[in-house]
Unconditional design. Structure first.
Length: 421
């Protein structure tokens, strides 16, 4: 059965398109249950982040490609013309290679970033919990995790601290000469926001406020950095005192609107505000960027910022791709082996059945007092006859039909040496 990946990412679609196909965390399980019901889908997993949404499937045949695309369009209520130009598809070996490159950070906006591996592991766990993984897709994910570990161990792909969080803080340093005089408002409490906080603290930020739907979680994260934790409802009160705003939540609707930011700017007497919206869907209304004294960046804008930090990773990426190609070949060899497993199992079961039959008869002869030599000769003759009967008849038929390919295959499979025959 073919492995298949259907996806959209930062290289194929702008954030305005990507945010329309995001699967929120509370949607994943039901989405997986829906995807596994699509005709021809035997295994399924969904990876959905701010930079990519990908469906990983094992199919009965590639003819079911259109059904998966149709399901994605129906789930997000999109027309084909709005989605298809931005999609990519990978099959079999290409799908395997893509999964390994994603896990290793080689397909990320920031080359070699480590966060994607954790996100892929979460996608694997979600699919495992939903019961939509089988042998082949499960093995693919495990192989991808192993390949990512080898890439990080054997290359310098992760030598420098480059990430979306790092890029956001780096850009803030370009706008504000001295971060120690600035106050930062971080909206969200996930891994990305935590990384932003760590980089800001490393840059000697003056003060940090963390806002989250869960006040307890906001306080817990802020406490790590001697900051203050608040609820989302308090953002309006905090915004006028915030020079740097970084937002990364899973909210389906914007958290910061143009009106709220406009009021904050007036209170600040038009002192500039630097904003980074890492979320998909976006947390900050795009119209906010039209305001004077506002510097608003999305995840797409960060691509230019991080470009200069990636040169040292490019050579490592070439080496990493060589390692991945070797890992792809290993996985494809395992996959091909699975085609033979059923045949091997059936052949062994048949041989064992014939052996038991002959042994039972030989034991009966021994109990009847037959001479040992006669019993052994019967056993040897019967086993030889039963085990060679099927292959002999097939070889005779192949000879009559001139099937030289089958005769040559039999020489290998039966470990024969034609020179001695």
């Amino acid at each position: 059965m073919p492995l298949y990946t259907l996806g959209i990412n930062h290289t194929t679609a702008p954030v305005g398109v990507r945010e329309r196909v995001v699967f929120l965390s509370d949607q994943i399980e039901s989405a997986l249950q829906g995807l596994i019901q699509v005709t021809g889908v035997t295994e399924a997993a969904i990876l959905s982040t701010c930079n990519r949404t990908e469906l990983y499937c094992n199919l009965q045949s590639l003819s079911h490609d259109d059904q998966i695309l149709g399901w994605l369009e129906d789930y997000h209520r999109l027309d084909k013309k709005d989605l298809q130009p931005f999609l990519y598809r990978y099959m079999d070996q290409s799908a395997v290679r893509h999964a390994l490159r994603v896990a290793s950070g080689l397909d990320s906006m920031i080359l070699g970033e480590p966060q994607i591996l954790g996100q892929l592991k979460s996608a694997y766990q979600d699919a495992e919990h939903a019961g939509t993984l089988g042998r082949e897709l499960s093995r693919l994910f495990q192989h991808a995790f192993s390949a990512a570990k080898q890439v990080r161990t054997d290359t310098s792909i992760g030598a420098n601290p480059v990430s979306v969080a790092f890029a956001a803080v780096n850009l803030a340093k370009q706008i504000f000469e001295n971060l120690s005089e600035q106050s930062a408002l971080l909206i969200g409490a996930g891994e990305t926001i935590e990384l932003v906080a760590r980089h800001l603290v490393g840059g000697k930020i003056g003060h940090i406020v963390v806002a989250n739907r869960s006040v307890e979680r906001a306080k817990a994260l802020a406490g790590q950095f001697q900051g203050k934790g608040i609820g989302l409802a308090q953002i309006g009160d905090t915004l006028p005192d915030s020079d740097i705003i970084v937002s990364s939540t899973a909210s389906p609707l914007p958290i910061l609107g143009k009106g709220l930011v406009e009021r904050a700017i007036k209170q600040r007497r038009h002192r500039p505000m630097f904003m980074v919206d890492i979320a998909v869907p976006r947390d900050i209304e795009p119209e906010v960027g039209e305001l004077d004294d506002i510097y608003l960046y999305t995840v797409d804008d960060l691509d230019e910022v991080v470009h200069e930090n990636l040169e040292s990773r490019r050579e490592a990426a070439v080496e990493a791709d060589r390692l991945i190609q070797s890992q792809v070949e290993d996985f494809m060899a395992w996959l091909r082996l699975q085609d033979a497993v059923g045949t091997i199992r059936h052949y062994r079961e048949l041989s064992e059945h014939l052996s038991r039959q002959a042994l039972t008869k030989a034991k009966q002869m021994a109990k009847q007092g037959k001479p040992t030599d006669e019993v052994l000769e019967y056993l040897a003759y019967t086993l030889t006859n039963k085990l060679t009967d099927g292959p002999t008849r097939a070889l005779n038929q192949a000879g009559r039909e001139g099937r030289r390919d089958l005769l040559e295959a039999a020489t290998i499979l039966l470990n024969l040496d034609e020179k001695e025959s």
